[in-house]
Design a protein. Structure first.
Length: 50
């Protein structure tokens, strides 16, 4: 998945439908905090920067 800019319930629902885990933090203005794997998010970010 991508970064906070793509954090939307519709996108997360589509990913879940395809059995893809969203590995990104939620936006700061979300009412409900979304848990995510920080280590996996960092690894994803490294790949994106390559």
């Amino acid at each position: 998945m991508s970064d906070k800019g793509y954090d939307a319930d519709a996108i997360r629902a589509d990913l879940a439908e395809w059995k893809i885990e969203a590995v990104m933090p939620g936006r700061s203005n979300r009412r409900v905090t979304i848990d995510y794997d920080r280590a996996l998010c960092r690894q994803r970010n490294r790949i994106e920067r390559m």
